[in-house]
Design a protein around this ligand. Structure first.
Ligand code: PLP
Length: 387
């Protein structure tokens, strides 16, 4: 069967399996190796193609994981790298050279901005930030040396939805690559490559790993960029361990069922929060009144469990009373695991300020019972009132 006719749920279960080569085991075992012994001098010299050459150039474990992600992404090639942030920097550096210019969405994940303003600038690459809602208007920002447009949709912490097909059309007209951090929707809910993205990025640390116990990133390329991506990864000596790829592939098997639950739980929490007097508004593209809902409905097939809450103005003491004492919402960075999390959102915007009435919280709805989660938030609001 052509993989394109399969649904993500089916691909997630079967993709990347190598049972016949591993005594029938369903899962590819963990290979830990540096040296791979070659049977002949010709094989050692790579004159005779050997399937595996050297540890960091790939093992059956990394190959299983990468092939599985490539199938879900509809990509020509997926590479696995040590972190999500490394997937972002690797994808950017695959495309640019000194003297180039890139367009970066203003609502990007903070460390991506830090990379552009620091290391990338030092390498002679100039960054211009653009409004996430710019759409086809991005054309006005193109320079003769603009080599890539970087998207992240919905935006980090503020959840603006970008018009990716409109941006991709303009970028391709100018010969620029389109890169997207697609960690929020995952390839299950947004098929980035089909919407014009050339290099699709996942912080596999989040939903693909799914269990808060692995750090990993993936970059998935279409035919045009596959070879360049692979060459750059090998030139840099980048490698994700077999143990981490094994865990991430195990996570991938259940990604669609977990996501459906995260989506449902997130929406229930968001709708409950919307009715609270302490809440000014909710930042969640799947809510009908959200400014990004129209494009979300057009392009996405689902939502994850991550969304924002803008509170009405309150004192620091009241915010502290709310946050301290939550039982089911942990305070910590990252998201995409099975557990609920909450953090105050600290965002930097340089193109257009994000107008928030009060503190902005980012909630990750985990897989717990929503009644228990709501009771926990309600107790938090009681503490807020009493403070
Ligand atoms: C967490 C995150 C990353 C970085 O992933 P790490 O594995 O923590 O480096 C990148 N993009 C987004 C949107 C993220 O939330």
């Amino acid at each position: 069967m052509n993989s394109r006719s399969k649904k993500p749920e089916t691909i997630a279960v079967g993709a990347g399996r190598m049972s016949a080569e591993h005594f029938g085991t369903v899962n590819t075992p963990v290979y830990r190796t540096s040296t791979i012994l070659h049977p002949t001098l010709a094989s050692l010299r790579n004159e005779e193609a050997a399937r595996y050459q050297y540890g960091c150039l790939g093992t059956p474990t990394t190959e299983s994981f990468e092939n599985a992600v490539a199938e879900i992404e509809g990509a020509a090639r997926t590479v696995s790298v040590p972190t999500g942030l490394n997937a972002i920097t690797t994808a950017i550096l695959t495309v640019v050279a000194a003297g180039d210019h890139i367009l970066m969405v203003d609502s990007v994940y903070g460390p991506t901005r830090r990379f552009c303003n620091g290391a990338l600038k030092r390498m002679g690459v100039e960054t211009t930030y653009y409004d996430p809602l710019i759409g086809a208007g991005i054309e006005a920002l193109f320079k003769p040396n603009t080599k890539l447009v970087f998207c992240e949709s919905p935006g980090s912490l503020t959840f603006e939805v970008q018009d990716i097909p409109a941006i991709a059309e303009v970028a391709h007209k100018h010969g620029a690559a389109v890169l997207m951090d697609n960690t929020w929707a995952t390839p299950v809910y947004f098929n980035a490559l089909k919407h014009g993205v050339d290099l699709s990025i996942q912080a596999a640390t989040k939903y693909i790993g799914g269990h808060s116990d692995v750090m990993l990133g993936t970059v998935s390329a279409n035919e045009t960029y596959a070879k360049r991506l692979e060459t750059f990864v090998h030139d840099m000596g980048l490698y994700a361990s077999g143990d981490d790829c094994f865990l991430a592939l195990r996570g991938l098997r259940t990604l669609p069922v977990r996501l459906a639950r995260h989506w449902g739980n997130g929406l229930k929490l968001a709708r409950w929060l919307m009715e609270r007097p302490e809440v000014s508004r909710i930042l969640h593209p799947a809510i009908e009144t959200d400014p990004g809902n129209k494009i979300w409905r057009r392009d996405f097939t689902g939502a994850c469990g991550l969304f924002g809450v803008v509170l009405k103005p309150i004192s620091e003491a009241k915010l502290t009373a709310f946050m301290n004492g939550l039982k089911h919402f942990g305070m910590g960075y990252s998201w995409g695991g099975f557990e609920s999390l909450i953090i105050p959102a600290n965002y930097v915007r340089t193109v257009k300020t994000f107008q928030a009435e009060g503190p902005v919280l980012r909630i990750h709805a985990g897989l717990e019972d929503t009644g228990d989660l709501i009771a926990d938030l309600e107790a938090g609001f009681d503490r807020m009132e009493a403070a």
